[in-house]
Design a protein around this ligand. Structure first.
Ligand SMILES: [Zn+2]
Ligand SMILES: [Zn+2]
Length: 358
């Protein structure tokens, strides 16, 4: 599939979805990469490993030559967004731009790695829970490519990508998430905001592993990680939607899914996501209010068993832990042991989520 969007100013954007081979109940659907045909045309994201060639083919169909592009911007360092980068850079010598955290986390730091077998993993993959057979089959070349990648760091709107187009650092789904704001007309949101699914939030405790790499520039975990940081990023994005209600939203997954388009209204979708997180916190508090619970017990009570097969269980644990961190911070839960909780009887999370400032 190849789709052209023409914004009112005449700016063309090509939507270039690439296959994303996850399956089951946690399926995100294809990754939507975009070619923005600005004065300096650029690409946002490159799909998964093995998709670089398909992306080039789709660009060719759209009449976009790699030599026309000024750079490729990576929205964040998840493999379904930068996996195709190796092929693309090898075939085109495209320049790469991403947030400075991406530049730091794609490198290898053998002495800081959390386990011996992860010594040659990029730091962004240290928390990976997939078995050894998975990464030896899928990731070695990807890790090698990242180690040698040259990245020009872009950040918080201070430097425009080109006239009227700026990036905005909106961490929480990952520490390096960037949104690309195209004037008052459109925003490419990566995985910060998706139709149909709630992007998974990071956890503050992930900072422990990568602190050695990030602490000189980002000394506070809460600046870049965790559900609260994610919700603050959403609040920031919401203010953009309030200022420009007609802004077109270009998400990285589920834009077109099951035979239909999912047109996103920025403020409406973000309000739905706030409500989703309020409900999830309420459900956790309800489970724990019946007595002391471990995270595993909360996960088994909260999610259907079909969602907990294979990697789904790790996704579910991450999801619950990120909410428990917020609830502990607010005093609604006490952590009585490692990932074990008791309820305090309060529900301060409601006010927090609905009134958070960015
Ligand atoms: Zn992601
Ligand atoms: Zn994604």
């Amino acid at each position: 599939m190849l789709v052209r969007f023409r914004l009112p100013s005449g700016l063309d954007i090509f939507g270039l979805p690439t296959q994303n081979f996850y399956s089951g109940n946690w399926d995100l659907g294809p990754t939507w990469n975009y070619a923005v045909m600005a004065d300096t045309p650029f690409l946002v994201d490159t799909g998964r490993c093995g998709q670089g060639r398909n992306l080039l083919k789709a660009m060719d169909t759209a009449g976009v030559k790699p030599s026309d592009l000024g750079f490729v911007l990576i929205s964040h360092g998840h493999e379904d967004h930068d996996g195709g980068l190796a092929e693309l850079v090898a075939m085109t010598s495209l320049k790469v731009r991403a947030h400075c955290i991406y530049d730091l986390l794609i490198r290898q730091y053998p002495d800081l790695a959390p386990a011996d077998f992860k010594r040659h993993f990029p730091a962004k993959c240290w928390h990976c829970f997939m078995p050894e057979s998975f990464y030896t089959d899928n990731c070695l070349e990807y890790h090698r490519m990242l180690e040698h990648l040259e990245v020009e760091a872009v950040g918080n709107g201070t430097k425009s990508l080109c006239a009227d187009i700026v990036t905005c650092h909106l961490p929480g789904h990952s520490p390096d998430c960037l949104a690309v704001i195209l004037g008052e007309e459109a925003v490419i949101v990566g995985d910060i905001l998706l139709p149909q699914i709630s992007p998974w939030p990071t956890r503050l405790e992930m900072y422990g592993e990568i602190a050695g790499v990030l602490s000189p520039m980002f000394p506070e975990a809460s600046e870049i990680l965790g559900l609260q940081r994610y919700l603050r990023s959403l609040r920031q994005l919401r203010s953009l939607g309030v200022a420009h209600p007609d802004m077109k939203v270009l998400p990285a997954h589920r834009f077109y899914y099951d035979g239909g388009w999912n047109v996103v209204d920025l403020t409406k979708r973000i309000d739905e996501l706030f409500e989703h997180h309020v409900q999830r916190c309420a459900a956790i508090v309800d489970i724990v209010s019946k007595g002391h619970r471990t995270v595993e017990e909360i996960v088994r009570t909260h999610f259907e068993s079909a969602l907990l097969r294979g990697p789904g269980k790790h996704m579910a644990i991450n999801e619950i832990l990120s909410h428990c961190e917020l609830l502990v911070d607010q005093g609604d839960l006490f952590e009585t042991g490692f990932h074990e909780y008791e309820a305090s009887g309060t529900d301060r999370f409601r006010t927090l989520i609905t009134t958070l400032e960015h």
